[in-house]
Design a protein around this ligand. Structure first.
Ligand code: FES
Length: 79
C-alpha cells in the first residue's frame, strides 16, 4: 500500500529505509524519498510509521544485551 501517493512510496519501502538506518526522521524520509514534499497528506502517517518502526528495531544496546545473555549458555554447552 502506498504511504505517499504523490511520490509513489510504499509503506514497505519507507519501513525498510527506517530499518536500514537510512531514515530516522520525517526530514530524512522527505530528502531520501520525497515523502511529504507535494500535498503533505501523508506526513502524519509517515511520522507514525517512522516512530512505530524505530520502536520495533532493536538498538545497539539491545544487541549487546542479547549477546551477553547468550554467552553463558554457549559456555555451558561447551563444558
Ligand atoms: S501523498 Fe505524500 S506528498 Fe502527497
Amino acid at each position: 500500500m502506498y504511504l505517499c501517493v504523490c511520490k509513489a512510496v510504499s509503506e514497505r519501502t519507507a519501513r525498510r529505509a527506517v530499518e536500514s538506518g537510512e531514515v530516522a526522521t520525517m526530514r530524512d524520509l522527505c530528502r531520501q524519498h520525497g515523502v511529504g514534499s507535494c500535498c503533505g497528506k501523508c506526513v502524519p502517517d509517515a511520522r507514525a510509521l517512522i516512530e512505530q518502526t524505530l520502536s520495533a528495531v532493536p538498538t545497539t544496546s539491545d544487541a549487546v544485551r542479547w549477546s551477553n545473555a547468550a554467552q553463558p549458555q554457549r559456555a555451558r554447552q561447551v563444558v
